[in-house]
Ligand binder design. Structure first.
Ligand code: APR
Ligand code: PHB
Length: 390
């Protein structure tokens, strides 16, 4: 039987950032990750960071590579039939840029930093079970190399994503979930091509499209697709043709095409679990909530949870103050609902829904036109896109 202060379940960005920050504060912790490091680092997710996330990474000494490689954007573009260029100018309205820097790169930086500080990251830990979480002495058991292991701890952080075990360890009568699924997915490709200068969201009659980027030689593009889309039906040429058809001519002509190095389909979902704490278990990141990718809020929201939770644990261990832990669920959920609403709203505004009536698109275009004419409306969207301060 081993002992530690905090067992962190899940070695994705939430778990690894929490582990890093707790260790910086001298709080003993162990990360249990189901997969191998290589598997975790092979996952491609979104790549836009709010200024608050960048500041957090800088404050905890994790920004060396980010500061070299991230591309900072003063704004993001929206295009639709009525406009070839509407800019959400975050610099103008909030004084802050957004950073294009991939989640995969952040996760690599986190694994490297934990390795340098001899962080305890146990990968390929399977059959994880949380026990006695309503008591002051919870334990976590798992299998590693065929042996059953047990860790006794003071707190458990459930950072094991949407499909993890932590959330479901809370008795059903003590939790409630809110969910919304969307009748489409995003078909994505990564290609070693020069990206467009800007990140561009397109509302088009053939469906939503997004032009994004990872660095000056790596582009990420998405198109809205039906839920039953089979990736085998989408060779690269067909993808490029469809993508270009959803952007204004001049922008489409600027899109550099090439072979894809990754292609995937993701469904869209909104999900919130309440509360985010039960006894000594605290949920953070995708274990507690999912937002649709429109607006790239998932990782930023996960980092906000980690900020609140690490502060709460730091106050408990070094300030003898448990009030931050007691308020964690409420504090985190306030931001979660704000972000859930924003991501849902942006999804509704920018996509075409099956069964849409002409009325629906007319009101969408009217809203986009209002945004382009009203400084106040634009300031509100820019503030939310940039992310409220932590
Ligand atoms: N035991 C241990 N680890 C587990 C288990 C389990 N039963 N189930 C899942 N995991 C691991 C996964 O292998 C993964 O590495 O937990 C990790 C969870 O990582 P993510 O799913 O990336 O979730 P999180 O760290 O909260 O990151 C949130 O990911 O989905 C995006 O948009 C989201 O960008 C946001 C970020
Ligand atoms: C991405 O770069 O993957 C990305 C960018 C913006 C989004 C979603 C995803 O809204």
């Amino acid at each position: 039987m081993h002992k530690t202060s905090v067992v962190i379940i899940g070695g994705g960005p939430s778990g690894m950032l929490l582990s890093h920050i707790l260790s910086e504060h001298g709080i003993d912790n162990v990360v249990l990750e189901k997969h191998t490091r290589d598997h975790v680092l092979s996952r491609i997710r979104a790549g836009v960071l709010e200024p608050g996330s960048v500041k957090l990474l800088r404050d905890v000494g994790l920004s060396t590579r980010l500061d070299k490689e991230a591309k900072f954007h003063n704004g993001t573009l929206i295009v639709w039939a009525g406009s070839e260029r509407l800019e959400i100018d975050t610099m103008k309205y909030t004084g802050q840029p957004m950073a294009a820097y991939g989640q995969t790169a952040i996760t690599e930086d986190l694994y490297d930093a934990r390795a340098k500080s001899d962080g305890v990251i146990i990968t390929e830990a399977t059959d994880i079970m949380l026990q006695d979480i309503a008591t002051d002495e919870p334990t976590v058991t798992y299998q590693k190399n065929g042996n059953r292991q047990e860790i006794q701890c003071e707190f458990i952080a459930g950072c094991d994503g949407f499909h993890g075990v932590s959330r479901n360890s809370i008795p059903v009568e003590k939790r409630r979930s809110y969910e919304k699924t969307y009748p489409f997915g995003w078909l994505a490709i990564m290609s070693e091509t020069k990206p467009l200068e800007d990140i561009v969201y397109a509302n088009h009659k053939r469906g939503f499209a997004l032009a994004s980027q990872r660095n000056e030689k790596l582009s990420r593009y998405y198109i809205q697709c039906d839920l039953d889309t089979d990736i085998k039906d989408w060779p690269d040429d067909k993808f490029w043709e469809e993508l270009k058809s959803r952007f204004p001519r001049q922008m489409a002509d600027e899109i550099e095409t090439g072979p894809s190095i990754e292609k995937s389909i993701a469904p869209l979902r909104s999900f919130v679990n309440e509360p985010m704490r039960y006894g000594r278990l605290f949920l953070a990141g995708d274990a507690a909530h999912i937002v649709p990718p429109t607006g790239a809020k998932g990782l930023n929201l996960a980092f906000a949870d980690v900020f609140y939770l690490s502060r709460a644990l730091e106050r408990f261990y070094h300030g003898n103050d448990s009030s931050y832990l007691d308020n964690y669920s409420k504090t985190a959920l306030d931001r979660v609902w704000h972000t859930a609403r924003f991501s849902w709203n942006l999804t509704r505004l920018l996509h075409r829904f099956p069964g849409d009536e002409p009325f629906d698109q007319k009101t969408r275009e009217s809203e986009l036109e209002y945004l382009s004419r009203s400084e106040k409306a634009m300031a509100a969207i820019a503030e939310q896109y940039t992310g409220l301060p932590l």
